[in-house]
Design a protein around this ligand. Structure first.
Ligand SMILES: [Zn+2]
Length: 429
């Protein structure tokens, strides 16, 4: 693939068209854990039962290719840190690596290159903003678990004398306001606006700015605010628009598709997918108005081994999934705290409270929270014919979506590092 890019670059340089074809703004969106089964499930989930055909989704309108996700440690199965390091820098590394190579030496990320080139830079996530994926764009650490050190990097990792990221929106107050160091005050001292109320995103009126809307990750889309990433995406694009003649780079992560996948919770995952799809619609609309922008959407890996169809049955029951009003985690809490299991169950799901389900839930509740949580998820998966192979990640290829100027470069089968190399090529234009 590398050969192909350089050939393309050569051809374009020869014709003088490369600089012209390089977009000014880069919108890079990552669905953490969003393997192909997630976008397929989402299409059926959104299918209009009144029509014969299955309608396409926003993902179908911009699909370009596939990417290989394996890390540099012979496991084939990547974590989000190695995945994001590949996607941010073009370097494969070991699981846990935050923008460092296998020797634990820092590698340059596209956000850093963008900052060096005078572009405005931004990170948006529904996890804490110092979680593995956003961290791999603006910090360097041998371990994703060093959350405080990673947060420190957002101040200390100066690029050409400046702070690396002009706009950060996500969660993570507990890592930024600490006894040993109050990074929020340091950001304010450096001229950043600070926002802490997601219901009042208008608190932030100009750059640079940081908005931290939860102690760690934001609440799940299914449990609280179903469009919080969409709102953060709009806020970011409004703030970034026309700020800088050199353009902007923004990475927007739908962080919690992965968390729902780890939990093997299909309703949770579909709500995250819906918020992500709406965010992508916003980004696409931005590209329509600003033609010198590239939008790339991909995933770092798939999570949970999700599949549609189980137990030898030829069906997937999306109406069951659509009927679930809370994550299994929240439902567990509600059932633990109530003596009327039937009422909680029928208010939050459309799954019949059969004697079999009643016995399963009552027995699990006696064994405790963990058993109850597993029982809830097994009823939901069995009734909807949703399959899961693991509580971890899987090594299958992920999709690459692109839209706007230069999007044709993402057609076909490629490595995750190729996505980074192509985007870095645009940034270094
Ligand atoms: Zn994960």
């Amino acid at each position: 693939m590398k050969k192909q890019i350089s050939l393309l670059a050569l051809l374009c340089t020869a014709s003088g068209a490369y600089a012209e074809s390089a977009p000014k703004n880069v919108i890079y969106m990552i669905g953490d854990g969003m393997g192909p089964a997630y976008t397929t499930a989402y299409r059926y989930f959104k299918d209009d039962p009144a029509t014969k055909e299955v309608e396409g989704t926003v993902f179908d309108t911009i699909l370009k290719g596939m990417a290989h996700t394996y890390p540099d440690d012979h496991t084939y199965v990547t974590d989000s840190a190695a995945g994001a390091t590949a996607l941010s820098s073009g370097h494969k590394s070991y699981n846990g690596a935050i923008a460092v190579d296998t020797e634990k030496k820092p590698v340059r990320t596209m956000l850093e290159i963008a900052k060096e080139r005078g572009m405005t830079t931004a990170l948006v996530a529904t996890s804490q903003i110092n979680h593995a994926t956003p961290a791999s764009f603006a910090a360097h650490n041998e371990s994703r678990n060093n959350y405080d050190e990673i947060a420190n990097d957002y101040i200390d990792n100066k690029i050409a004398g400046k702070l690396p990221v002009d706009l950060m929106l996500g969660g993570g107050t507990q890592y930024f306001i600490r006894d040993d160091r109050n990074l929020v005050n340091e950001f304010k001292g450096a001229g950043y606006q600070y926002g802490d109320d997601i219901k009042n995103l208008g608190q932030i009126t100009q750059l640079p700015a940081i908005g931290l809307y939860a102690p760690k990750g934001l609440p799940f889309a299914l449990d609280e605010n179903s469009t919080r990433l969409t709102q953060l995406t709009s806020t970011a694009l409004n703030l970034l628009d026309n700020q800088n003649k050199n353009g902007f780079f923004v990475m927007i992560e739908a962080s919690q598709i992965d968390w729902c996948g780890h939990a093997n919770d299909i309703a949770c995952a579909m709500a995250e997918m819906d918020d992500f799809a709406k965010s992508i619609e916003k980004a696409k609309a931005y590209v329509d108005k600003n033609k010198d922008t590239i939008l790339v959407v991909t995933a770092d890996h798939s999570t949970g081994g999700l599949t549609l169809g189980a137990h030898g049955q030829y069906k997937w029951e999306k109406e069951v999934v659509k009927g679930i009003k809370a994550t299994a985690g929240k439902l567990t809490g509600l059932l633990m705290d109530s003596d009327n299991l039937k009422s909680i169950w029928t208010t939050n799901t459309n799954i019949e409270y059969t004697t079999e389900n009643q016995i399963k839930l009552e027995q699990a509740k006696k064994m405790g929270e963990k058993a109850l949580n597993l029982a809830i998820k097994s009823i939901i998966s069995d009734t909807s014919f949703t399959g899961w192979t693991t509580g971890g990640h899987t090594a299958i290829d992920v999709q690459v979506f692109a839209y706007g100027k230069g999007s044709e470069q993402f057609i076909g089968s490629q490595n995750n590092t190729d996505i980074a190399d192509k985007l870095i090529g645009f940034i270094e234009k």
